[in-house]
Design a protein around this ligand. Structure first.
Ligand code: FA5
Length: 354
C-alpha cells in the first residue's frame, strides 16, 4: 500500500519535470529562458510586475527551480557543467531583478521629490526676535555694578502713602519741597511715588544697620514734558547706613560707579543742593565726551539725622548716605540721546537700534 503511494507521487512529480536527456537540450532551454527573461525584465515598470517576474523565474516553483530539478535526468558526467550553467542563469535572473528593483525605487523617489519639491527662491517666513528695552538693559547694568560692590536690591510699591513719600523723609504737609513732588494722588493719602526715596524708609524700618541697598523703580511727576523731563521715569535709589560713613565715602562710591558705567572720557561735577531728607545735600552732573551741555544725573547726600531717628536708628551711632539716580539720563549720556521722550514713544526705529 505504502509502496504504491510512493510510486504514484514519483510518477506525479516526474510528469512536472521536463524530460531532459542531454546537456545540449538543457543549453537550449537555458538560452530561451535567458532571452525571455531579458525581454521581460525590460518591461518591469511597476512593483507588481517585478514581483511576478520574481515568482516566474526565481520562485520556489519558478522556471529556474524547475530546470534544476532536471539535473538528475542528465548523464552523470554532464551534471557538473549543467549545474554551473544553471547557477549562472540564476545569478543573471537575480541581477536583472535587483537592477530593476533599484531603478524602480529611484523612479518612485524621483517622483516623490518632484512632487514635494521645495522652491528655495520663495521668500522665507520672517520671525523677528525681540530684545530687552534699552532702559531695562541700562537699569540691569546699573544693578550689576552695585551687586558687585556688595549692595542688595530692594523694591517698594509704586502707589505710596504720604507717610513714606514725604513725612518719614522729613517733608511735613506744609513744607515747600512738597510742591515739586506733591502730585498724582490716587485718593486723599495715596499717590504715585514721585521718587524712590520712600523705599529707603521701608528698608530701614525692616532692618538694622549696616544697610547697603539699592532700590530701582518707576517714578511719576507732574513735570512738564521736555527733552530731559518725563512724567514717568526711572530712578535707582542707593542707601548705605553704617558706623563712621562720611561724605567722602559717598563721593568715592559715586565716582567708582560712574567710572564703571561710562568708562573714560566723561566729566563729573558735584555741587551743593537741598533735600529735606539729607544734610548736606549734593547734586551730580555729567558731561559726555565732546558735549557742551551738563546733565544732572542724581541728587544725593548724607541721610538727615531726623530720618534716622524716624526709622528707629541712633544718629549718634550710625551715619549714612543716599542718592537718587535718573536711569533715562544715564542712558541719554551713554548713547548720546538728546530727547528723553523717545524712551516711551515705542518707535521701532529707535528701539531696534539697541
Ligand atoms: C530726588 O528725587 C531725590 N529723591 C534724590 C535723592 C535721593 C536725594 C536720596 C538725596 C538722597 P531729584 O528730584 O533731583 O531728586 O531727582 C533725582 C534724579 O532723577 C534727577 O537727577 C534726574 O536724573 C532724575 N529725574 C528727576 N525728575 C525727572 C523727570 N521728570 N524725568 C526724568 N528724570 C528725572
Amino acid at each position: 500500500m505504502i509502496r504504491r503511494e510512493t510510486r504514484l507521487s514519483i510518477i506525479k512529480s516526474a510528469a512536472k519535470i521536463p524530460a531532459m536527456t542531454t546537456i545540449d537540450e538543457l543549453k537550449e532551454r537555458i538560452g530561451s529562458i535567458s532571452e525571455a527573461m531579458g525581454k521581460d525584465a525590460e518591461s518591469l515598470t511597476t512593483p507588481e510586475a517585478l514581483e511576478a517576474f520574481r515568482i516566474e523565474y526565481l520562485g520556489r516553483k519558478g522556471k529556474i527551480a524547475t530546470l534544476f530539478k532536471t539535473l538528475g535526468t542528465l548523464p552523470q558526467e554532464d551534471r557538473a557543467a549543467a549545474g554551473k550553467l544553471l547557477n549562472e542563469l540564476k545569478a543573471r535572473a537575480n541581477e536583472l531583478y535587483t537592477a530593476r528593483e533599484e531603478s524602480l525605487k529611484e523612479a518612485s523617489l524621483g517622483e516623490r521629490l518632484a512632487k514635494e519639491r521645495v522652491d528655495l527662491t520663495l521668500p522665507g517666513v520672517y520671525h523677528p526676535l525681540g530684545h530687552l528695552h534699552l532702559l531695562t538693559r541700562v537699569q540691569r547694568e546699573i544693578e550689576d555694578i552695585f551687586l558687585r560692590m556688595g549692595f542688595d536690591i530692594a523694591s517698594g510699591p509704586e502707589i505710596e502713602t504720604e507717610y513714606y513719600a514725604f513725612e518719614a523723609l522729613n517733608i511735613p504737609a506744609n513744607h515747600p519741597a512738597r510742591d515739586e513732588w506733591d502730585t498724582f494722588y490716587i485718593d486723599d493719602t495715596r499717590l504715585l511715588r514721585p521718587h524712590t526715596s520712600p523705599v529707603q524708609i521701608r528698608v530701614m524700618k525692616e532692618t538694622t544697620p549696616p544697610v547697603r541697598v539699592i532700590c530701582p523703580g518707576r517714578c511719576y511727576r507732574r513735570d512738564t514734558q521736555d527733552a530731559t523731563h518725563s512724567p514717568v521715569f526711572h530712578q535707582v535709589e542707593l542707601l548705605w547706613v553704617e558706623e563712621g560713613l562720611s561724605l567722602a565715602n559717598l563721593k568715592y562710591v559715586i565716582e567708582y560707579f560712574v567710572h564703571e558705567f561710562f568708562g573714560e572720557g566723561y566729566e563729573m561735577r558735584m555741587s551743593g543742593d537741598f533735600f529735606p531728607f539729607t544734610e548736606p545735600s549734593v547734586q551730580v552732573h555729567m558731561r559726555a565726551p565732546g558735549a557742551s551741555e551738563w546733565l544732572e544725573i542724581m541728587g544725593a547726600g548724607m541721610v538727615d539725622p531726623a530720618v534716622l531717628t524716624e526709622v528707629g536708628y541712633d544718629p549718634e551711632k550710625v551715619t549714612g548716605f543716599a542718592f537718587g539716580l535718573g536711569v533715562e539720563r544715564m542712558a541719554m549720556l551713554r548713547y548720546k540721546i538728546d530727547d528723553i521722550r523717545v524712551f516711551l514713544q515705542n518707535d521701532l526705529r529707535f528701539i531696534t537700534q539697541f
